[in-house]
Design a protein around this ligand. Sequence first.
Ligand code: NAD
Length: 498
Amino acid sequence: MTVTFLDWQARAAALTPETRMFIDGKFVEAASGAKFETLNPATGEVIAAVARGGAEDVDRAVTAARRAFRSGVWSRMAPSDRMAVMRRFADLIEEHAEDFALLDTLDMGKPISDMFNIDIPGSLMTIRFFAETIDKMDGVVTATNADALHYILRQPLGVCGLVVPWNYPLMMAAWKLAPALSCGNSVVLKPAEQSPLSALLLARLFSEAGGPDGVFNVVTGLGEETGKPLALHMDVDKIGFTGSGEVGKLMLIYAGQSNMKRVTTECGGKSPQIVLADCEDLAKAATTGVAGIFGNQGEVCSAGSRILVERAIYDDYVALFTEAAKTMHQPGNPLDPDTTMGPLVTPEQQSRVLSYIDIGKKEGAQLAFGGGVPASLNAGCYVEPTLFTGVSNKMRIAQEEIFGPVASIIPVDNLDHAIETANDTIYGLAAAIWTSNVKSAHRFARDIEAGIVWVNAYEAGDATTPWGGFKQSGNGRDKCLEALTQYTQTKSVWIEMS
Ligand code: NAD
């Protein structure tokens, strides 16, 4: 049965989400009793008051996680049993797909149809992928002398703090939880304060799937009050972080100030999409370019925010891009299944994006379309899809992560100039090229400073494809088998036989 806009509005009005933290298998209030409000950015209304965790709550969660880890209840559970729990966990998430869709759409404003097309399938795929690895991980026997046996065990790290952002609340949590839990770690998940609700449902479902108490804990609260004590905690073995570069750097500092815990970071980007004159299908390059920057309101780490177009096709590309943007992503109420673009996550994010639009105008870029708040939607945090043309790569709008629906088109002379311009950034998350020349494609793939590269595509991938950056886009790799190495450590075992 199709759920209509009216149905979703009725469900939203009747929603009573869980608002307490999840520690040691139970929902609990913050030790201080404090709460913070989470708002619906489409209306400005308060959705719920959520437990506002502090250092004491973090410590309770870490203590429970450590106890569970040492007990072996999860870390030494038979692999086939752990796999069965992870699979049931994924099945339960699928059964609750509508609840997750409603929670994340209300909390952060993404179109509800994106939840069904992107976030939920992406989360399920990742959890099922890592569940499959559980009984396939093995160690190594090395080639030592005959009078010794030496083997290398691969073991979980212990307690992993997972600190995630608000732009894909469920999916970013799943990308971290899936490898961490599959490897046998205990986790303390800290969702973003803008979007804490779906993490609490996740924790309940892990428990219902048979996940033992203390293995999966959720602490809700503000970054400074909850995330910081988690990252500074002396008994946390690893922080898996996704978020801004600014906070990513703090995570590395916190690790140095505490116990040298491992830190993997997945941070921001200013990802280039290069379009060469020999592109076979310019219309497809334009529609993919539009989706690459305006999808999820532009609040995407890999948003293709810098579009570098060879001069010979510059005007044609701008015209096609402008035409496509009119129909593909227009702001509307995110609970309406036909909506393709929701509000930005908070009034602060809306102001930040609008201030970058002002900066672009002052820097001399040409505002081709958008740039304002849609008149009929001024109760929410909406910003129109916006395009600047004639942008120079030195401008702030081309160098800084805006994290909103603002595209910059930059003319380039040729492939060399395009690669040089594309690499002229502190970031290195994703990059794409549109070309029919195989040599240009391979040159680009070799020379671009980015962790994720697409040729004649954008945002394509699945659970097998590593997700992570070069340079200040971070040092971790989510999804993919490589993630398993980031949630395990090796142990060298020498057995003297002589
Ligand atoms: P953010 O860095 O502000 O917050 C991320 C998380 O860190 C939140 O849970 C927050 O509460 C916590 N935090 C904030 N300050 C903290 C502190 N001092 N100590 C400990 N924890 C703290 O990022 P955001 O605004 O939530 O998300 C947007 C950013 O995330 C963008 O830069 C985006 O590019 C990035 N991102 C990257 C990826 C990726 O895979 N590379 C994916 C999604 C988002």
